[in-house]
Design a protein around this ligand. Structure first.
Ligand SMILES: [Zn+2]
Ligand SMILES: [Zn+2]
Length: 422
């Protein structure tokens, strides 16, 4: 009997993992251009951290968390999202004392016990970023600009940016009342979940997937018409700075996020490329979160993107790596020479593959083809005797005689590469 993996927990295999590495590399490069540093926080946190930050009445905390009691009787949870842990670390290590403005990014697995379906996994991966310490909407616009820059850098024209404002706790409380009253008049049309949530979390009815709720809320009052002066100005200035930065966006006043801690600016990057219109990245401002978690009164804004979904957007592109050089050796003495060259070339940055089994030349050449090596070097008895062999360019189909010296081979293999990129 073999043991299989757990449902909803995936392996990312060679062939696919190169795409993930590319996404992570682009994220690091782009985020660091904007002054962000990486932070790595644990997967396991105290359950109360998520209950307090994400909100007791959210789907995540109500039914999707991987929570258990450990051997020391502590209630712990495998993180369902990244922001809470990052903010816990931010407070615990007093990062605000080092610099009042902190820009952090993270990447890694998250866990939610959801019904497994296409594109939804119980272990999924997110890349996210957080800025703390700035209320000025300039930073809202910069975070959004960076996120759009990341997708542009991946060569994607989608997803598109949609923004909204959920206001501060004051204007949101007022809006919640207005919306609750509206929903009371539509109770018959709402799904069970939404009917139950009218009192605790009426905003969720606006992004409920059920068609009845969609129809019932089609002319629900807009949150943007219920912002107080401060929140309305913040939203207008965010839009202004997005325009200054040249970052295109549209407004979606029905957008509410599934997490309670969002205030003011919320946003999603949406695409129709994955079937139904859906978000690949989302986030918002959370001005009350740090103090809710027992930290100082410091504002914050951030986002997270689903790496599985970003990888699907890159489905057409091939990121598989191929070696610079394949060395085919015939006979024991030639294998020594091949292994010597291979080891020396690898040490100075040339990727080299070979055949480990001493098979026939034909079979070694097949292996070189399979690797899609850029160059092949054949070392047989004759070549070994004269100390020279032929370096074959697999793409050009040409070959060039070369002595078996590391320098010569390096120049020929890497020199061509450099000319190409010039
Ligand atoms: Zn407000
Ligand atoms: Zn509903």
């Amino acid at each position: 009997m073999t043991i299989s993996g757990i449902k909803g927990f995936n392996d990312i295999l060679p062939g696919e993992v190169e795409k993930w590495q590319h996404i992570e590399k682009v994220a690091r490069r782009v985020f660091e251009l904007y002054g962000f540093s990486e932070i790595r926080v644990p997967i396991l946190e105290k359950t109360e951290l998520f209950a307090r930050s994400i909100g007791d009445a959210t789907d995540i905390v109500e039914k999707e968390m991987y929570s258990f009691v450990d051997k020391g009787d502590n209630r712990v949870t495998m993180r369902p999202e990244g922001t809470a842990g990052v903010m816990r670390a931010f407070i615990e290590h007093k990062l605000h004392a080092i610099d009042p403005v902190t820009k952090l990014y993270y990447m890694g697995p998250m866990f939610r016990y959801e019904r497994p379906q296409k594109g939804r996994y119980r272990q999924f991966h997110q890349i996210g970023a957080e800025v703390t310490g700035v209320t000025n909407p300039l930073v809202d616009a910069q975070v959004l600009t960076m996120l759009c820059h990341f997708f542009a850098e991946l060569g994607l024209s989608e997803p598109r940016l949609e923004i909204n404002s959920l206001g501060c706790p004051d204007c949101r409380a007022a809006y919640r009342g207005v919306l609750r009253e509206f929903l009371h008049s539509k109770m018959d049309e709402l799904c069970d979940d939404c009917r139950r949530r009218v009192e605790t979390n009426p905003l969720r009815a606006l992004d409920c997937k059920s068609s009845g709720c969609k129809a019932a809320t089609s002319n629900a009052p807009s949150v943007l018409e219920h912002l107080d002066k401060g929140c309305a100005e913040h939203f207008a200035a965010t839009r202004h700075f997005l325009e200054v930065a040249g970052t295109p966006y549209s407004i979606n006043h029905r957008m509410v996020r599934g997490l309670d801690y969002y205030t003011r600016t919320t946003f999603e990057l949406v695409t129709g490329m994955l079937g139904a219109q859906s978000a690949v990245a989302a986030g918002g401002r959370y001005d009350g979160l740090v103090s809710d978690l027992g930290g100082p009164n410091i504002p914050g804004i951030g986002f997270a993107m689903g790496v599985e979904r970003v990888a699907l957007l890159l489905a057409e592109q091939d990121f598989k790596r191929s070696p610079d050089l394949f060395i085919a050796a015939l006979g024991e003495p030639a294998r020594d020479q091949a292994f010597r060259l291979m080891s020396s070339l690898q040490r100075i940055g040339v990727s080299v593959e070979t055949d480990y089994e001493g098979k026939s030349l034909k079979s070694q050449m097949r292996r070189s083809d399979k690797f899609n090596a850029r160059f092949t070097l054949i070392i047989g008895e004759e070549e070994l005797a004269i100390g020279r062999g032929f370096l074959k360019s697999m793409s050009a189909g040409t070959q060039e005689e070369t002595p078996f010296t590391v320098e010569e081979i390096y120049l020929k293999v890497k020199g061509v590469d450099e000319n190409k990129t010039c």
